[in-house]
Write a protein of this length. Structure first.
Length: 110
């Protein structure tokens, strides 16, 4: 049956060569497969939200470091970037993207 299904997927016109009972059985199995595919697709879990996307306009330290073209360690150490760093929780640091872009623009002027 599996070989028949693959053959008919490649050449659907060949289904007419099957006896009526086998066509009915194949149609039932294909219908069940289509239903399973349709319902599986509709109940897929939503992708996990990105932590940085939780607050619009905030970047992670890694994203901000990439934007500033430095390593994350250098980003944390440099006093220049400190005004853009925001503490969202006890251990959660994010970077205000607007402030960081202003800082980078002012550095580019020099």
């Amino acid at each position: 049956m599996r070989d028949d299904l693959c053959r008919f997927l490649d050449a659907p016109d060949e289904v007419s060569t099957l006896p009526a009972t086998e066509r009915a059985m194949l149609a039932t199995k294909v219908s069940a497969l289509v239903l399973a595919l349709a319902t599986t697709r509709s109940v897929d879990p939503a992708p996990a939200p990105d932590v940085s996307a939780a607050k619009p306009g905030y970047l992670t330290i890694v994203q901000a470091a990439e934007l500033a073209a430095v390593t994350p360690e250098a980003f944390r150490r440099r006093n220049t970037f400190r005004p853009a760093i925001v503490r969202l929780g006890h251990r959660t640091l994010r970077v205000d993207e607007r402030r960081l872009r202003r800082i980078l623009a002012s550095l580019a002027e020099y």
